[in-house]
Design a protein around this ligand. Structure first.
Ligand code: SF4
Ligand code: SF4
Length: 371
């Protein structure tokens, strides 16, 4: 990734949920964040969503020439869009504003393990910082085709539920037709992106670059003495279920890190295999129930693609329980909590990812040979 200069502002909401958010050690988090040279401001607020804080937020952006923002606050389903609007008023593109859900998906569910809660808080910020640096301004979330790469196979045209794709003559004359996305019709599900065999499509927001940056940050911060699980949750079903688990204070094992995708169909097998081959103990993919997908058939496309991952894992000698796909109803937080807890307890039974010790053996054999 390029080392272009960025100016990130982090705004933390202490909220006033005594006994939950108060468990978070903001001083420790602030020290962690100030270790990043791209972060030019870390501000704490009692109620970030108050009118007064919103005015201070806008002033701080202008005063510090901030060009990207990470909010540490409640679920993005609550106030994120208001902050995007406010940032837009002072000249920051709305998609340069994102959040870490420190309330429903950290503080409220890991109350019994305060130290793990704190480590997870830092990890989720590290992933958000990596994503923020990879984000580019956009006017809307939609798919874009690289017409120099497209080979005209028609796969994206076939999988798009929204008739947003047409095949048009190739103006470069390489092939007869290439794909073209109508951005007004595109819903941003990302199913075409993960279906393209030659990586010719990407999203304007939640781009491959942003998603891979988060996976890389997760990999970088994995701990040899802990279970390292990655949970990919679709925005429309699994994510609200996770928020519901937080609102109900359902305890969840903290040994997982979360990435939000717009649709489970956007989850790229490459990310999953990268995490697992680099030593993650397991990856859990959560999407909406069949026929309840916000994007119509995103989850059905996921199902067929994910079988391939299990096959590849078995060829690497990995237990296929290290990757699991589950459909979650947004109104069923108990099910979400159960699925995550069961997955982590299965990973604990399976023990560390064997590829980690294989790699260590290989590296030490190589070093001995050289010596
Ligand atoms: S799936 Fe990829 S290669 Fe095939 S038509 Fe669409 S953009 Fe082109
Ligand atoms: S992102 Fe989804 S809606 Fe948009 S073109 Fe691709 S498949 Fe169609």
């Amino acid at each position: 990734m390029s080392s272009e200069a960025v100016r990130i502002g982090v705004f933390l909401c202490r909220c006033h949920d005594k006994g939950s958010c108060d468990m978070l050690d903001f001083a420790r988090l602030r020290d962690f964040l100030q270790g990043y040279e791209d972060i030019v401001l870390v501000e704490e607020h009692d109620h970030l969503c108050s009118l007064e804080s919103m005015q201070e937020f806008k002033k701080a952006i202008t005063d510090n020439q901030i060009d990207r923002i990470i909010l540490g606050m409640c679920s993005p389903n609550k106030h994120l869009e208001e902050f995007r609007d406010a940032a837009g008023e002072v000249g920051v593109n709305r998609y340069m504003v994102d959040s870490v859900n420190i309330r429903e998906q950290i503080a409220f569910i890991h109350l019994d393990e305060p130290e793990e809660m704190q480590i997870k808080l830092a990890d989720q910020f590290a992933m958000a910082i990596a994503k923020s640096k990879a984000t580019r301004p956009a006017d809307k979330v939609y798919a874009v085709v690289d017409d120099h790469r497209c080979n005209g196979c028609h796969i994206c045209y076939t999988v798009c539920d929204k008739d947003a794709i047409t095949m048009v003559p190739d103006k470069h004359g390489r092939v007869s037709e290439v794909s073209l996305v109508d951005k007004e019709k595109c819903w941003g599900c990302g199913v075409c992106v993960t279906s393209c065999p030659v990586d010719a499509i990407d999203m304007t927001v939640y781009s491959n670059r942003e998603m891979v940056a988060q996976v890389d940050a997760f990999i970088e911060r994995m701990r040899p003495d802990a279970v390292n699980a990655l949970v990919l949750s679709c925005h429309w079903c699994a994510y609200p279920a996770a928020d519901g688990a937080g609102s109900k204070r359902i305890p969840i094992d903290p040994h997982f890190r979360s990435i939000r995708t717009l649709c489970s169909g956007r989850a790229d097998p490459d990310w999953i295999l990268k995490a697992i081959t680099k030593g993650a103990d397991g990856v859990l993919l959560l999407g909406g129930k069949p026929h309840a997908c916000h994007f119509e058939s995103g989850n059905i496309r996921t199902m067929s693609r994910m079988k391939l991952i299990k096959l590849l894992m078995s060829q690497l000698g990995l237990h296929d329980n290290r990757f699991h796909v589950e459909w979650v109803d947004p109104e069923d937080p108990e099910h979400y909590a159960q699925v995550v807890n069961d997955f982590i307890s299965e990973l604990k039974k399976l023990g560390p990812n064997p590829l980690v010790s294989l790699e260590k053996d290989y590296t030490s054999a190589k070093t001995k040979k050289k010596g």
